[in-house]
Design a protein around this ligand. Structure first.
Ligand code: NAD
Length: 361
């Protein structure tokens, strides 16, 4: 069967890692017709827009996209192309596995956890009031009246909405994900002791959803600061972590660090209609065009994509090839070496070539 998939190469190191991922995915023999769609710096140069409508239309039509990282412009009104895509397509679930691979130097060798991050609300909705603006002053006065709290008049304000609707949707997604993937436990991560009406609601609704899965999936709760500490001490205690947007972003980078860094951390953004697969890392502009960075995060995002389109055999083949190359330790990019200046480190292309060689073996 031919799969039609939108390919957004991205900018910065995006083109290098997405081209490596496409070559590795194609080496599995899976039949994919890529539809390239430009977003970010490349699109801005060609069309004058960071996120042309055609990109969203292509993903809506094909329902699946593989996306390279895109630089967030600083000092423009546009918050982030990445966040805009997630919001426009209602990709409400961000799935980020963190898994130990033999051969990667890390304090732990038995981590296998999955972060499920709510992707649509919380502080990432971008509802912000700039310091000094009349609306901000009005809001500060209203808060003074309604909440009986004095906010300093020279403050900026960011709003953190968390709804029952979105929490129920992500909690149900997390439990169903656990069941479907043979996972035993979901841990809800929050700060409900301080933010009673937002994190408190997230926890309350998660508990309600957990009851529906009682006897099938174990439910646990953890306060986010304690969770950060527990994860660096005994990460192997955890299985699926369910988090609101901001904590999910931070904790998933922490977990990436536990298993070898951003170079090996894949991700997926999933909605009811479409899904976009992308590495956790960004566009690392300082490495652009140097054929230096690790393509594995993007390749493993491709593994998640292959599972999603029900090409499990190709997914396994690709993941096993990545595992073999990492455990052999010969064709590794600088970030996987104990000394990043190790002259035996290979480039992005060469690491992808080594993975392809294993697939073809
Ligand atoms: P980054 O992830 O791009 O880079 C941080 C550092 O991580 C790099 O300097 C590098 O040392 C390391 N790194 C990242 N990817 C690597 C790889 N594949 N191999 C080896 N090392 C790697 O984060 P940043 O510098 O904070 O962000 C750069 C830009 O990317 C910003 O504009 C940011 O908004 C954007 N960003 C985009 C996405 C996305 O497209 N989904 C995600 C995060 C950040």
């Amino acid at each position: 069967m031919t799969h039609k998939i939108t390919l957004i190469p991205g900018d910065g190191i995006g083109r290098e890692v997405s081209s490596a991922a496409v070559r590795c995915i194609e080496a599995t023999g899976v039949d994919i017709k890529w539809e390239e769609a430009l977003a970010g710096a490349d699109a801005l140069e060609k069309t004058g827009e960071l996120l042309p409508k055609s990109v969203l239309e292509s993903i809506k039509k094909n329902k699946v996209a593989l996306k390279g990282p895109i630089t967030t412009p600083i000092g423009t009104g546009f918050r982030s192309v990445n966040v805009a895509i997630r919001q426009a397509l209602e990709l409400f679930a961000c799935v980020r596995p963190a898994k130990s691979y033999a051969g990667i130097k890390s304090k732990f060798n038995d981590i296998d956890l999955v972060i499920i991050r709510e992707n649509s609300e919380d502080l990432y909705m971008g509802i912000e009031f700039e310091e000094g603006k009349p609306q901000t002053k009005a809001l500060i006065s209203q808060i003074g009246r309604d909440a009986d709290k004095d906010i300093r008049p020279d403050s900026g304000i960011s709003i953190k909405p968390i709804s029952k609707f979105a929490t129920e949707r992500i909690a149900r997604f997390a439990f169903e994900y656990a069941l479907k993937n043979g996972r035993k436990k979901v841990t809800c991560v929050h700060k409900a002791n301080i933010m009673k009406f937002t994190d408190g609601l997230f926890l309350k609704v998660s508990r309600e959803v957990a009851r529906e899965f009682s006897g099938r999936v174990v439910f646990e709760e953890a306060i986010v600061d304690n969770m950060a500490m527990q994860l660096v001490v005994k990460p192997n205690k955890y299985d699926v972590l369910l988090l609101p947007n901001l904590y999910g972003d931070i904790i998933s980078d922490l977990c990436a660090g536990l298993v070898g860094g951003l170079g090996v951390a894949p991700g997926a953004n999933i909605g009811f209609d479409s899904a976009v697969f992308e590495a956790v890392h960004g566009s690392a502009p300082k490495y652009k065009g140097l054929n230096k960075v690790n393509p594995v995060a993007m390749i493993l995002s491709g593994v998640l994509m292959l599972h999603h389109i029900e090409e499990a055999k190709a997914a396994e083949m690709l993941e096993n090839a990545v595992k073999e190359v990492i455990s052999e330790g010969r064709s590794l990019t600088y970030d996987l070496k104990s000394d990043p200046l190790d002259p035996s480190a290979v480039g992005t292309r060469e690491m992808a070539d080594a993975i392809i060689e294993k697939i073809k073996k």
